[in-house]
Each structure stands twice: as C-alpha cells, then as structure tokens.
Ligand binder design. Structure first.
Ligand code: HEC
Ligand code: HEC
Length: 260
C-alpha cells in the first residue's frame, strides 16, 4: 500500500481542502438575490415539468433532494447534464444561472428538524470514537477519509443517516467516490477521488494521505460502486448503539438554521 513511487506528484499543495467542503459548494448559497433570480429562472425553464412549487408534474418532486442526501454540486451537475434516457434536458446556461437555481431549490427544500431519538449521547460519543473517528471528523478532530460529520444532523434526516450507516454503498456522499488505482508496478491504491482532469487524478488513500497521480503512469484506474466505509449491520452496531450514536451526532449539530 505504501506509495514511495516516482510517479507520485507533488503532494498536498494541490488546492483541495481536506474537509467536508471538498465538494464544490454553491457561491450563492443562502444569497437572497440569487435565490429570487433562481426562482424566476426555475419558473421559466423548469416549472412546466417539475411544477410551479417544485412538487412535481411530469418530472419528479425536486423539493426533497437534500433530504434524500444530495448536495449542491450533484444538483448542479444534473441540471447541466440533464438525465440520459429521460426528457430532462441538459442546460447550456452560464454557471451563475445554474447556481442561482440550485440556491433556489435548496431554499425551498424541506429539511425537518432532526429527530434525535432517546439514545444516550455520552455513550454515543464513545461509540463514535471507537468506530467512526478514524475516518470522520466532528468539531475538528478525527479522520479525513470520509466527510466531516459535525453538522450532518442539520442536513440529513434520521432515516438518511441510518441508511448511510447500515448500508453505505446504497447512496454514497458526493465528493467521496471510491477509486482503485493500479500503478505501473502493479501496486494497488484504494481511496476517494478529490479531483480529476484529463491527465491526473487526486486521491485520498486509505491511509488518509492526499496524493496526485499522472494517469499516463497508471496501469489503470477504476471508479468503484462500493463505499470505502464498512457496513455497520446489527451485529456490529445494535439498534441501541445506533440510537446512542445518532443522539451524539445530533448534539454536534452546529447551527440548525444555517443549513437549508
Ligand atoms: C421536459 C421536462 C423537464 C424539464 C424542462 C426539466 N426537467 Fe428536470 N427532470 C425531468 C424528468 C422527467 C426527470 C427525471 C429523470 C429520471 O431520473 O428519470 C428530471 C430530473 C431532474 C432532477 C433530478 C431529480 C432527482 O430526483 O434526482 C433535477 C434536480 C431536475 N430535474 C431539475 C431540473 C431543473 C432545475 C430544470 C430547469 C433548469 C429542469 N429540471 C427541467 C424533466 C424535466
Ligand atoms: C474506513 C473509513 C470509515 C469508517 C470507519 C466509517 N466511515 Fe462513514 N464514511 C466513510 C466514507 C469514505 C464515506 C463517503 C462515502 C459514502 O457515503 O459511503 C462515509 C460516509 C458516511 C456518512 C454519509 C455522509 C453524508 O454526507 O451523507 C455517514 C452519515 C457516515 N459515514 C457515518 C459513519 C458512522 C456513524 C461511522 C461509525 C459507526 C462511520 N461512518 C464509519 C468512511 C468511513
């Protein structure tokens, strides 16, 4: 697994922040003027299919996207690229217009208050430290392979979190796609993709190191459908322990109102 290979590019000085913000974020998030502009654009270009209120017509409801676990970047990409094989058309409008629509959709998306349940947050803290902290940070401490979970209870429902924990591969967090690289000498490297262009790929490997590789120097690289997060089934994490863990994550919630 160790990569002291000649093809390893300069490390870390790449402008990829190693925290939850590693995905592209919306420059207009929460910006009232952009939201109003996005509303008008939406009414002109999208409402015919998705409904004036976003609740769906011939196209699906687009008011639940964040609750279902998406993020700004993924919605942007869907609008940009359209949906293959469906009537959802691609858009060639400038980025600013797309981000304005994303800001509008996010504004109307309903994230209900997180149901913290009746678990014990203190026990949950210990469970987190023992099982999750190597890959996830809360409040500045922990690993970086997976997303920062400090504010996760503000942007995901209880059901979505349970899904992410019990069955991580079912809906993977964007910006954390798994990749397997095979170097020219046959060495295999697993990690999550942080950036990619035609010539190079940047990966946080399973030792949490950010490395860049030139594609020409790789024998191959494969985007995988499996999350690097292990499944936490009931044998590994009982219902009781899951309740405690969710109670702990709920207490980490930074600011409930900032996140919708
Ligand atoms: C001609 C009808 C049509 C128009 C116009 C249209 N859409 Fe869609 N859209 C669809 C359909 C149908 C789907 C579902 C595609 C599928 O997954 O099968 C979809 C899917 C989506 C999704 C993904 C929903 C999900 O659940 O993942 C988003 C987001 C979306 N549209 C946003 C927009 C926005 C924003 C606009 C305006 C810029 C727009 N759409 C314009 C028909 C349309
Ligand atoms: C070996 C590393 C690893 C461990 C251990 C791990 N995770 Fe993850 N986790 C990841 C990665 C990578 C992702 C991003 C891909 C995905 O969504 O599956 C992720 C995603 C998640 C998400 C989804 C975040 C989002 O934005 O939707 C949640 C929630 C989560 N993990 C919670 C936990 C909890 C709770 C534990 C401990 C019980 C845990 N993880 C243990 C690596 C890990």
């Amino acid at each position: 697994m160790k990569s002291t290979l000649s093809h390893v590019l300069a490390i870390v000085c790449i402008a990829v922040p190693l925290h939850a913000g590693a995905q592209v974020s919306n420059p207009f998030e929460g910006d009232a003027r952009a939201i109003r502009a996005g509303e008008r654009l939406y009414a002109n270009r999208c409402a015919a299919c998705h409904g004036a209120d976003g609740k769906g017509a011939t196209g699906p409801d687009v008011t639940m996207l964040w609750l279902e676990g998406t993020n700004d970047e993924a919605v942007f990409d869907t609008i940009r690229e359209g949906v293959d094989g469906a009537v959802m058309p691609p858009s060639f409008a400038p980025d600013e217009e797309l981000w304005a629509m994303v800001a509008y959709l996010r504004d109307i998306s309903t994230v209900p208050p997180f149901d913290a349940g009746d678990g014990d947050a203190e026990i949950g803290r210990e469970i987190f430290a023992a099982n999750c902290g190597e890959c996830h940070r809360v409040n500045g401490a922990g690993g970086t392979l997976g997303p920062d979970l400090s504010n996760i209870a503000a942007v995901r429902s209880r059901e979505a979190l349970i899904g992410s924990i019990r069955d991580p591969s079912a809906a993977m967090a964007l910006g954390y796609r798994t990749v397997t690289l095979v170097a020219a000498n046959g060495e295999r490297i697993e990690g999550v993709v942080k950036g990619e262009d035609a010539f190079s790929i940047q990966v946080v490997d399973t030792d949490a190191r950010l490395q860049g590789y030139l594609k020409a120097n790789l024998r191959r690289f494969v985007h995988e459908d499996e999350s690097l997060m292990p499944r936490f089934g009931r044998l590994r994490l009982s219902e009781r322990e899951l309740d405690d863990l969710l109670a702990f994550l709920a207490t980490q919630r930074v600011d409930a109102s900032a996140a919708h």
